[in-house]
Design a protein around this ligand. Structure first.
Ligand SMILES: [Ca+2]
Length: 261
């Protein structure tokens, strides 16, 4: 297993801080590249610890499910996938490909939350570990990239900026086909829904630190919408969807996070 760190990048790790201009400049974020074998790479972007405002600004933009504005502290830096997990990455780790529409650079689909856990277990055995799904709050922090607008690109979004609304391909496309957000992350809006770690429950309207959701539940959170969804129906930075953890669909994929061990 080969680990490469971009040598020209830097990041201040440690205490929580508000996003600085440097932290918002993706060219300064450290990228970790892991070789999964067979020339298949996994790229992870190191995001800084930060405080950010999570949730829907009252009276603006698409509504979110149970996501009122509240301050969230992310107390430690963590890695998040630059892209949705691809079919070639799933194949490299699991030795199979559950997706209906096949393509090495397409996001893997038809994976349940439980399937994601099996993938992560094998990936952690194969690497130095720490991989997991992002929490709901980490996902929104990563999606926003310091913005307070409904989308990472402003209060509106176009089909030139993301794959949603059946307007483009009408299906999932190769990861990284659209513009990245300020953190250099691709397809946070649209393409496929992304499983998060948390059980579903309404979010608080008070400040919290490193929230992980309730200890138990019936459905897990998904974020970001997919090629099918409309801007006011799931593609925004704040919209939360939920689904039983044992079911996968053509609309569901995921993005990895990694704790620094
Ligand atoms: Ca997505």
């Amino acid at each position: 297993m080969k680990i490469n760190i971009c040598s020209r990048c830097f990041l201040v790790a440690g205490v929580a801080f508000a996003l600085s201009a440097a932290a918002q400049d993706a060219t300064h974020l450290k990228v970790e590249t892991v070789d999964l074998g067979g020339e298949v790479k996994l790229e992870m972007v190191l995001l800084p610890a930060a405080k950010f405002v999570m949730g829907v600004k009252p009276g603006t933009g698409p509504q979110a499910k149970d996501n009122p504005q509240h301050e969230v502290t992310i107390s430690k830096p963590f890695y998040i996938g630059k892209y949705e997990v691809t079919q070639e990455q799933w194949q490299a780790v699991m030795g199979n490909n559950p997706s209906e529409s096949k393509g090495p650079k397409l996001p893997v689909t038809h994976v349940s939350w439980d399937d994601c856990q099996a993938f992560i277990k094998k990936l952690n055995e194969k690497t130095k570990g720490g991989y997991r799904l992002p929490t709901d709050a980490e996902w929104e922090y990563a999606c926003r990239g310091g913005t307070q607008t409904a989308f990472a690109f402003g209060d509106t979004i176009t089909q030139a900026q993301a794959n949603f609304g059946y307007g483009n391909a009408g299906k999932a496309v190769a990861v990284g086909s659209y513009m990245p957000n300020v953190f250099g992350l691709y397809d946070m809006h649209g393409n496929v829904w992304e499983w998060c770690q948390d059980w579903n429950a309404p979010l608080p309207d008070k400040a919290v630190s490193d929230p992980t959701g309730p200890a138990a539940g019936k459905e897990r959170i998904l974020r970001g919408g997919c090629f099918y969804d409309e801007p006011n129906g799931g593609v925004s930075s704040t919209f939360r969807y939920e689904f039983e953890p044992n079911l996968g669909t053509i609309y569901f994929g995921f993005r990895l996070a990694r704790t620094i061990l």
